[in-house]
Ligand binder design. Structure first.
Ligand code: PLP
Length: 414
């Protein structure tokens, strides 16, 4: 009931936009139209102020000090961890490891979960639409252990082939790693179904949630995954901080992946003992200010409401899809029925980089290139696409501005 009522209320976009200082600036003489949130979302004043407030009044090292500032910093840092726990519905804060971002989270799983256990002939299953950060760590692990990376195909719309996936799960499959949402195509994967099939066969699961956390409600217990990775900077938080959710029983059995301060209980030259979870996986001084900013971003998202954000972004996606589809020579890349918050496209006879440069001259920020998903580009037979990605602050008027500028740019570049 609450969710339905919440969905029915549209976002107050003028108020939301006023929360993001950068949105009032001009770029190349035009109001900024920021359509690159999938790369890095902008930060609301609440996040900027939380990070600055920490630095101004509470900064000290965490966990080790008896003095007041250290205790305040520790409370802020651990408070952020509890916010993350609630945000993903983890059972315990012991399951929330702060890392630099999704990339580091996935590398942590590869090196600490995979490397000690995997052997020659073992198989790691990924999908063709993964970001490089959910491919390369597994290739490195495969090279180190003799394991093999197997790839689930996608179809012409950018949907992952579930039957082919089931066919790839075999007695040697040790781990499945897949995106919740594709950054290059916008495809939303039915991750709970993928995870259930793996779990029935005793296979570990890693979900790359970098593109899901800002847009969809994330419930790791409902998904049933063993690991879930995401980055703060894609969900209106700062760079340099992200999260690895890891099922406690698995984390408890994993060796540390980096050694140093804070991850130990005792150190002597006869040997060292490891700290409790999750600190065992956070060697050295962490990004305390970043964690504070991530906590503020989670509060901000919660204040706006996940269901309202999803409804608004879905409206933008449908509006943009319909408008762009009407541009002659423009081909949408990624047309899955279940999509989130971005449009990726090519324009006949126009290179994406040229298009991106002309759009920038009109104050419109889009991303052009392979989006760190070269196998996706190969699948669609293109070297690059132009991607416009939406955040909760974007408007239909900005989609209109993109549409108009695209028309002009295409006329100019052809
Ligand atoms: N996974 C996906 C789907 C992404 O879109 C990205 C970033 O673009 C990443 C992983 C890597 O995130 P980060 O660079 O924050 O580690």
């Amino acid at each position: 009931m609450v969710a339905a009522r919440e969905t029915a209320l549209p976002l107050d976009l003028a108020r939301i936009r006023a929360d993001f200082p950068v949105l009032s600036r001009q770029v190349n003489g035009h109001p900024l139209v920021y359509l690159d949130s999938a790369a890095s979302a902008q930060q609301p004043a609440a996040v900027i102020d939380a990070v600055a407030g920490y630095a101004r009044a509470h900064h000290a090292n965490v966990h080790r000090g008896v003095h007041t500032l250290s205790q305040e910093a520790t409370a802020l840092y651990e408070g952020a961890r509890e916010r993350v726990r609630r945000f993903v519905n983890a059972a315990s804060v012991a399951e929330i490891v702060f890392v630099r971002g999704a990339t580091e989270a996935i590398n942590l799983v590869a090196q600490s979960f995979g490397r000690p256990q995997f052997a020659a002939g073992d198989e790691i299953v990924v999908t063709r639409l993964e970001h490089h950060s959910n491919i390369v760590p597994w290739q490195l692990l495969a090279a180190e252990t003799g394991a093999r990376v197997r790839v689930v195909p996608i179809n012409g719309r950018g949907v992952v082939d579930f039957e082919a996936y089931l066919g790839l799960l075999g007695p040697r499959t040790r781990l499945v790693a897949l995106a919740h949402v594709s950054n290059a195509l916008g495809t939303v994967l039915p991750v709970a179904a993928f995870v259930a099939a793996a779990r029935e066969r005793g296979i570990a699961t890693v979900i790359d949630g970098a593109q899901a956390a800002p847009h969809l409600p994330v419930d790791v217990q409902a998904i049933g995954c063993d690991f879930y990775a995401f980055s703060a900077h894609k969900m209106y938080g700062p760079t340099g901080i992200g999260v690895l959710y890891a099922r406690e029983a698995l984390l408890a059995a994993m060796p540390p992946w980096q050694g140093g301060g804070d991850m130990i209980l005792t150190v002597s030259f006869e040997g060292s003992t490891w700290n409790h979870l999750p600190h065992r996986f956070e060697a050295g001084t962490p990004n305390i200010g970043g964690a504070v900013g991530l906590g503020a971003a989670i509060d901000y998202l919660g204040g706006v409401g996940a269901a309202r954000i999803a409804a608004h972004e879905q409206d933008l996606l449908e509006y943009a899809t319909a408008r762009l589809a009407g541009i002659p020579g423009l081909t949408l890349v990624g047309t899955a029925p279940d999509k989130s918050s971005l449009v990726s496209f090519t324009v006949e006879g126009v290179h994406p980089h040229d298009l991106g440069t002309v759009l920038d001259s009109r104050g419109i920020a889009v991303r052009t290139g392979h989006h760190c998903a070269m196998p996706v580009m190969e699948h669609f037979g293109v070297p690059a696409t132009t991607r416009a990605s939406f955040g909760l602050y974007n408007t239909r008027a900005e989609v209109d501005a993109l549409h108009a500028a695209l028309g002009d740019a295409i006329r100019m570049l052809r």
